[in-house]
Design a protein around this ligand. Structure first.
Ligand SMILES: NC(=O)c1ccc[n+]([C@@H]2O[C@H](COP(=O)([O-])OP(=O)(O)OC[C@H]3O[C@@H](n4cnc5c(N)ncnc54)[C@H](O)[C@@H]3O)[C@@H](O)[C@H]2O)c1
Length: 257
């Protein structure tokens, strides 16, 4: 073990649970934080079965006291915190154009994606400073880089996370903390498959404009949770020593061409 500790919000989800395993393989003890106790426990158990150390914590990242308690639980168990991976988030199925979207969707999405990321940083960064520095990895989306997304609230929330990443990088470099962001492309997690279908379903006649439908043309546009998890582990590692304030477009080139 490296003796390092990472806290992963949404650690019971598709990308989050893959990240829990990937960080554990890199020697981190993992604090798996999720709204769903069963998901958090499943991901933590998978880490332990793979020979790593993990603590499952049930918390709501939109609630200040809940996030404070989650960070405290991690510190109590492992004694330090070196990295934060803000992975909890996602689109609301009712998201849409600015002119039509229900305002409840605006509040829900901003709360989960932006406020949740903000609160986790607020409570985890002092612990990372106390450990002598480390890394924060935020989760944005290709939707924040491209102008084509019809999900305006999600795009705005994920765009704000890119700006927050830069601001925090500028501030906390002095405390030896690097802050970066992953703008993920389409990753076939259960949540995404429920909404958009499997690659096989898409091959049988999906929306030709949808990235899944165009997978034969642009195979890197669609990824698996492990691909994003590997990017997060890299950004936390010493190999990324020169990378801070950056948004890595891990979208298979979709925002580039
Ligand atoms: N999957 C994709 O295609 C894709 C693309 C771009 C960006 N992203 C981003 O990657 C991240 C992970 O996506 P995913 O597909 O793995 O999602 P997911 O739904 O599989 O996982 C999200 C996890 O967050 C948890 N969660 C939800 N609300 C919470 C709350 N209030 N407090 C604590 N935990 C909460 C859920 O229980 C779930 O386990 C999200 O931020 C998403 O916006 C995903």
């Amino acid at each position: 073990m490296s003796g390092k500790v990472v806290l992963i919000s949404g650690g019971g989800g598709g990308i989050g649970s893959a990240a829990a395993l990937a960080f554990a393989a890199a020697g981190y003890a993992v604090v798996v934080v999720d709204l769903l106790a069963e998901s958090a426990e499943r991901a933590a158990s998978a880490v332990r079965e793979a020979g790593g150390e993990a603590l499952a914590v049930t918390a709501d990242i939109t609630q200040d006291a809940s996030v404070a308690a989650a960070v405290a639980a991690g510190l109590k168990q492992f004694g330090r915190l070196d990295a934060l991976y803000n992975c909890a988030g996602g689109t609301d199925p009712m998201d849409g154009n600015v002119t039509d979207v229900p305002l409840e969707v605006f509040d829900r999405t901003m709360n989960l994606d932006l406020r949740g990321t903000f609160l986790c940083c607020r409570h985890a960064i002092p612990a990372i400073i106390a450990a002598g520095g480390g890394a924060v990895i935020n989760m944005s989306s290709g939707a924040a880089l491209r102008g084509a997304s019809p999900y305006h609230v999600y795009s705005a929330a994920k765009g704000a996370i890119i700006s927050l990443t830069r601001a925090m990088a500028g501030t906390y470099a002095k405390q030896n903390i690097r802050v970066n962001c992953i703008a993920s492309g389409r990753v076939q997690t259960d949540r995404i498959i429920r909404t958009w279908g499997t690659l096989e379903q898409a091959a049988k006649g999906g929306d030709p404009q949808d990235p899944v439908g165009r997978q034969r043309e642009y195979p890197f546009w669609i990824g698996e949770p492990e691909h994003i998890a590997a990017t997060a582990v890299f950004l936390a590692s010493d190999g990324a020593r020169m990378i801070t304030g950056a948004t890595v477009p891990a979208d298979g080139g979709r925002s580039a061409y």
